[in-house]
Design a protein around this ligand. Structure first.
Ligand code: ZN
Length: 240
């Protein structure tokens, strides 16, 4: 009986190990996705920043062209002033020049605002570039290792199962079947240790008679509530 109890304990340790690998099989691909998403987000931010800057630069060019056109007109009108005969025409042309000068200073102050916006977006672009570099460096550092870990998980799981099956053949059929059902139906925990007088699996309080049986280790004791195989304390600690 003692050897069967030890085998059950070792099998549970191997099932715990398998459980950890299965959890990693879910977790590690998520980490891989996160690493790639971080790079993609940084690229999208940088692209958005550069697009914004290009739009600002386009507006600046349009305004600069406007200013140049206004200046050309002003120069043309100023040269015409000398040839003007009537006072009325002179006044009209002068007010046109004044209007254009006003326009020029209006556009110039808009240009100043745009320059500020351009500086702000330039600073942001620098930040986005740094974030992208960081995300790419992190990817270079982690991706290979993570992929290797993911690839190796199947092998680890198969090896753990093979090790468990080698132990399993040493158990009587009925006991093995019961163990297997508990693993499947009781959250991968077929063997539970007692914890402060209760079942470590479900918390059910153990009767005095069962406590004695647990200490004697002459028979397999099942929790009266959850049905798990109960053990008083750890006898084996390998396979962790
Ligand atoms: Zn229980």
């Amino acid at each position: 009986m003692e050897s069967q109890l030890r085998i059950l304990e070792q099998m549970q340790l191997l099932d715990n190990k398998k459980g950890k690998y299965l959890a990693l099989q879910k977790e590690l691909p998520k980490q891989l996705t996160e690493i790639n998403e971080r790079v993609e987000q940084a690229m999208a931010d940088l692209l958005a920043g550069e697009t914004e800057k290009a739009e600002i630069n386009k507006k600046q060019r349009t305004m600069e062209t406007d200013i140049k056109t206004h200046h050309d007109h002003i120069r043309k009108y100023q040269s015409q002033l000398a040839e003007i005969k009537t006072n009325k025409e002179y006044k009209a042309l002068n007010s046109e020049i004044a209007y254009l000068n006003e326009k020029v200073s209006e556009v110039e102050s808009q240009l100043l605002e745009l320059m500020e916006q351009e500086n702000e977006i330039k600073a942001k672009i620098d930040e986005y570039k740094a974030a992208l570099q960081e995300a790419e460096a992190y990817k270079r550092e982690k991706e290979g290792d993570l992929k290797a870990q993911i690839d190796a998980l199947d092998t680890h799981i198969q090896a753990t199962l093979a090790e468990r099956n080698e132990l399993a053949v040493k158990l009587p059929q009925a006991l093995l079947k019961r163990y297997g059902n508990l693993i499947r139906n009781k959250d991968n925990m077929a063997v539970a240790y007692t914890h402060e007088g209760s079942c470590g699996g479900c918390g059910f309080v153990i009767r005095q008679q069962m406590r004695i049986e647990l200490q004697l280790r002459k028979k397999i004791v099942y929790c009266e509530n959850c049905g798990r195989i109960m053990l008083d304390h750890k006898q084996v600690d390998n396979a962790e």
